[in-house]
Design a protein around this ligand. Structure first.
Ligand code: DAH
Length: 339
């Protein structure tokens, strides 16, 4: 019996030693210590052992069980340690690797241009003001010398809320609000959103932004207008920029002009960017019409002024060489992160 037990134990220990996996240990445990295991069957055959030998045999079986169990436990701990080490090895963190940059937001090209334009005019002593997006017909048209039934009203297809109230089609109405305050002189810019019932395409949107400018003081002349806008263009597009004033018509200015800048891509020689022209149109302007001054309670004999209106998106498209206005509204991060 003793020899048999010894053999069982040796077998068990040999198998434990040879095992290479956790699962094998479980199998070994079952085959020796399980209900039908070899050691268990020895216990079951105890009835064949002489009664006086039973305690001794029982003791031997227990010893064998303890030895096998502790060996199994030892080996199991070994496997667990190896598994942990392997895991740690695979998951090592290389602390010398450069860290991942957190995603930071980007300012929208419109915002960047607006901030630049504001900086330029604030630097010249202008105040930044705002006006309402929902506006009376009076401020958007009437007080700007665009009477009812005037064809200029059609040029700016308007979203009407009722016959009297509309979404402003231009920021020019802010001129009127400022003049009505009765505080002179005025030197202001008014950036903001405007609305027109246009179809969306590469150069149109039903909602876009303008920056209005207005200066009213004694003895303001067209020379002041020219000098101011020349300075503005050079600061915005670079010191080599040349400026050209082309006669134009706006109801609220007289004389009126459109301003072109020399193409900052080719310097004026003509390229694809300026469509071979050498010049790019950037804004409308003029001397404030005497009717407009009068309607807002300013004496045109005593005061004069100039005004201008810049399309914000237009400047952003030009400055950043973006060829489709829709990109400015889609807020695709892949687009925005370039600026
Ligand atoms: N409001 C004009 C437009 O939307 C732009 C404009 C032209 C504004 C001349 C002005 C100006 O102040 O003097 O087309």
């Amino acid at each position: 019996m003793k020899a048999k037990l010894q053999k069982i134990m040796d077998d068990a220990l040999a198998r434990i030693n040879a095992s290479e996996q956790m699962e094998t240990l479980n199998e070994i445990k079952v085959s020796f210590l399980g209900k039908k295991g070899e050691l268990t069957s020895v216990l079951k055959s105890m009835k064949d052992v002489a009664p006086e030998d039973r305690p001794m045999v029982g003791q031997l079986v227990n010893d064998a069980r303890n030895v096998i169990e502790s060996k199994l436990e030892e080996k199991r701990a070994k496997f667990e340690k190896a598994a942990l080490e392997l895991k740690l090895q695979n998951e090592t963190i290389d602390v010398t690797l450069p860290a991942k940059k957190p995603m930071v937001g980007h300012r929208h090209p419109n915002t960047k241009v607006l901030e630049e334009v504001k900086k330029i005019f604030v630097g010249m002593g202008y105040e930044v003001v705002e006006g309402p997006e929902v506006e009376y017909d009076y401020y958007n048209f009437e007080a700007l010398n665009i009477p009812a039934n005037h064809p200029a009203k059609d040029e700016q297809d308007t979203f009407y809320i009722n016959s009297n109230i509309l979404l402003r089609t231009q920021t020019s109405g802010v001129q009127v609000h400022e003049m009505e305050k009765g505080k002179l002189p005025i030197r202001m810019i008014a950036p903001g959103r405007v609305f027109r019932s246009d179809e969306v395409d590469a150069t149109h949107s039903p909602s876009f932004h303008q920056i209005e400018g207005l200066v009213i003081d004694k003895n303001v002349t067209f020379a002041d207008l020219k000098g101011t806008l020349e300075q503005f263009a050079m600061e915005l597009f670079g010191p080599e920029t040349k400026v050209k004033f082309r006669p134009h018509h706006f109801q609220f200015t007289e004389p009126s002009a459109e301003v072109d800048v020399s193409c900052f891509k080719c310097g004026g020689k003509g390229c694809r960017f300026c469509k071979g022209e050498g010049w790019i149109e950037i804004l409308g302007c003029g001397m404030v019409h005497p009717n407009v001054l009068k309607m807002s309670g300013i004496d045109p004999e005593e005061y004069s002024g100039f005004a201008f209106g810049v399309g914000l998106e237009r400047i952003a498209l030009l400055k950043y060489e973006i060829d489709d206005m829709r990109l400015l509204y889609e807020n695709d991060y892949r687009f925005l992160k370039q600026f």
